[in-house]
Design a protein around this ligand. Structure first.
Ligand code: FAD
Length: 630
């Protein structure tokens, strides 16, 4: 079977993998430096860039704008906020580097045509301290267009799924993958490679199963390829235990940010009690982090989840109350009141129409009028999205001028511990809360840094042709397995010789949900459940060798699941290693239910060794570079 697939070789200087916010930032910046120094820059995306990645459907707010020039905030303010929200565990150098560059990415978006809301004086409309309101249905289209114009269509490969890194002498020298539309196997040879393939969805059993299968907060596009790619290259990883559990409008996962920040809404339990008040004492268990403002997102989740576990759910966003409060000032002037109510109603619906259309449909289908009645909110299943409120990803070098010694700096900003391999966005760890704009800025930082690396290490290393042939055979093996065995049973879905990707995914999700703290067990786990998970994981890994695919489309699903499995395994290893509960609301180790600052105020890092195929898990220090006091 592999013989029917043409091999296409592409030789380049810089290979950018992914077409999302990080990759688009990298493309714009690297194209600039590439032109200046005669470097070729190539980008490959599994999907179509204008709608690929987590911003594909659009967004209603840019969640990170520091406002340095306007004097609104300082870099240190942002480091403090991020570190507080992450319960003390973040990289000051990486967070600060993004904070000092992010505003310029936002200004670029505006220049490229993104409509940012302005007030009567022409200033940006802030949703909260760090967020700007946008009319962002076409956000990704605009950002992708700029990236495409910078690189040139001839340097962009869309609908090519990257499967594996190419390695030579301990360096990353490119990547291989397959077209999801044509019978083509791609070999990208590069002097530097920038991994920006987003985060991971589908590791845990989703709350929406049969009736709404596939619906999740995180869009379905990114399935752990960043984690897999960097781990398989032998890169040191960090914070793989940190997952994100968003509380969102129930079932369609509509955003809550505008309600909490712009509309100043309250969330309550079914009895109308505000769990942030009634459960306030619980916060004292989490040391200094329980007393900081804003209260870390996981702790807010935790208080609501305690109510739900006690049978006081469902939880509600008090939309009608928030709208009434905002309109109160206009009471007595009927015309002005009506006008205000109309504009609030418009804003409420636009918030969903900009980024989660399904939530607007669900409201319409269930006769919800936000000005009249509350709407249910609920915790989703866990995801890995380090650009948002997660933190997992590759352990990368910080910038030289903010270096804290060799622990944080090894030559090139955003380079992983594998020479020639860079990471940005959800692919890089420990600089969360960068969101769409910060990820774009980080992509620019990484793109420039990778160009510098190429200029200073200007050799193209190539792997032996036999290695490439073997990778090609492995890539298409699931098709061969299917062809060989599918006639063995009357229904090709059920076969003793292979497992199809959907069944495999269900098995992975069941394992992770039940034993590693999924939504069905209220995100709880203990050492016994983790041991059981590790045991079952070995069987799952054995069976991953027998994944089969009837066509290229299913081959894509096979590889998505192979990648997911590595994200899952690294998570299992990390939550087992960290012997405390630091992020309740995201997960609880019921056998170690308290935070242990003395022993665990540190990063949990890990590495899979491509030579020995062994994992190691170890601690790295958190270095406080800014005088951040909580
Ligand atoms: P993405 O933008 O997700 O891009 C990943 C890219 O990798 C895609 O192009 C994908 O096709 C590609 N890819 C994946 N696997 C492969 C593979 N194997 N081979 C090749 N290509 C591959 N930010 C805000 O600022 N404001 C918000 O309101 C906001 N809301 C959000 C709501 C949701 C539901 C989510 C999930 C995120 C939200 N964010 C928001 C955060 C923002 O979307 C992310 O920070 C940003 O998209 C991360 O960029 P990235 O480049 O790392 O990943």
């Amino acid at each position: 079977m592999p013989m029917n697939f043409e091999t296409v070789e592409v030789t380049t200087d810089l290979l950018i993998i992914g077409g999302g916010m990080g990759a688009c930032g990298a493309a714009v910046e690297a194209a600039y430096w590439g032109k200046k120094h005669g470097l070729k820059v190539t980008l490959v995306d599994k999907a179509s860039m204008p709608r690929s990645g987590a911003v594909g459907m659009g967004l209603s707010a840019i969640n990170l704008y520091v406002g340095l020039a306007e004097g609104r905030n300082t870099v240190q303010d942002y480091v403090r906020y991020v570190k507080g929200d992450m319960m003390g565990i973040a990289r000051d150098d990486l967070v600060a580097n993004i904070a000092r560059h992010v505003d310029s990415s936002v200004h670029m978006f505006e220049k490229w045509g993104l409509p940012l809301w302005k007030d009567e004086e022409g200033n940006y409309v802030h949703e909260g301290k760090w967020q700007l309101m946008i009319s962002g249905e076409s956000y990704k289209v605009i950002v992708a267009e700029a990236a495409k114009n910078a690189l040139g269509e001839e340097n962009i490969y869309e609908r090519v799924f990257i499967t594996e890194p190419l390695l030579k002498d301990g360096k990353c020298v490119g990547a291989v993958g397959f077209s999801v539309r044509e019978n083509k196997f791609y070999v990208f040879k590069a002097k530097a490679t920038l991994c920006a393939m987003g985060g991971t969805v589908g590791v845990f059993k989703p709350k929406s199963t049969g009736e709404g299968a596939g619906r999740s907060w995180y869009p379905p596009f990114s399935t752990g390829s960043s984690a897999y790619f960097t781990m398989k290259a032998g890169a040191e990883m960090s914070s793989q235990e940190v997952r994100f559990v968003p509380i969102r409008f129930k079932d369609a996962y509509g955003p809550v940010g505008a309600w909490f920040l712009l509309f100043k809404s309250r969330a309550t339990n079914a009895m109308g009690e505000n769990y942030m008040e009634t459960r306030a004492d619980e916060l004292k268990k989490f040391g200094v982090y329980g007393s900081i403002k804003p209260i870390p997102a996981n702790l807010r989740n935790h208080l609501g989840l305690l109510d739900v576990q006690e049978g006081k759910g469902p939880l509600f966003m008090r939309t009608e109350e928030a709208i009434a409060n905002l309109a109160k000032a206009y009471e007595g002037d009927e015309k002005a009141f009506k006008k205000k109510m109309k504009s609030l109603e418009n804003e409420a619906w636009e918030d969903f129409l900009d980024m989660t259309i399904a939530q607007a449909l669900l409201w319409a289908a269930t006769n919800v009028q936000p000005e009249e009645r509350s709407s249910e909110i609920a915790a989703a299943e866990p995801y890995f999205i380090s650009s948002h409120s997660g933190s997992s990803g590759a352990w990368i070098s910080g910038p030289e001028d903010l270096s804290a010694g060799s622990d944080y700096f090894w030559g090139y900003a955003n380079m992983t511990t594998v020479p020639g391999l860079f990471a940005a966005g959800d692919a890089s760890g420990n600089c969360p809360h960068k969101f769409s704009s910060g990820t774009h800025a980080e992509g620019r930082i990484a793109g420039k840094s990778a160009c510098k690396y190429i200029l200073e290490n200007n050799t193209l290393l190539e792997v032996e042709p036999s290695v490439v042939e073997e990778m090609k055979a492995i890539t298409y093996k699931p098709l061969e397995i299917y062809e060989q065995y599918s006639g063995f049973s009357t229904d090709p879905q059920v076969n003793p010789n292979y497992i199809l990707p959907k069944q495999f995914m269900f098995r992975l999700q069941k394992l992770m949900d039940e034993y590693v703290g999924g939504a069905n067990v209220y995100f709880c786990m203990n050492s016994a459940s983790l041991e059981r998970a590790a045991e079952l994981f070995e069987f799952l890994k054995e069976d991953s060798e027998k994944l089969a695919a009837k066509d290229i489309y299913e081959l894509l699903r096979v590889w998505e699941n192979k990648h997911r499995m590595w994200q899952a395994e690294s998570h299992l290893r990390a939550v087992t290693f960290r012997d405390e509960t630091r992020w309740p609301g995201y997960y609880i180790r019921t056998d170690k239910p308290v935070i242990d600052e003395e022993n665990w105020h540190c990063f949990v890092n890990m590495k899979w060794d491509p030579q020995t195929k062994e994992w190691s898990v170890f601690k790295r220090p958190v270095i406080d570079m800014f005088d951040v006091k909580f």
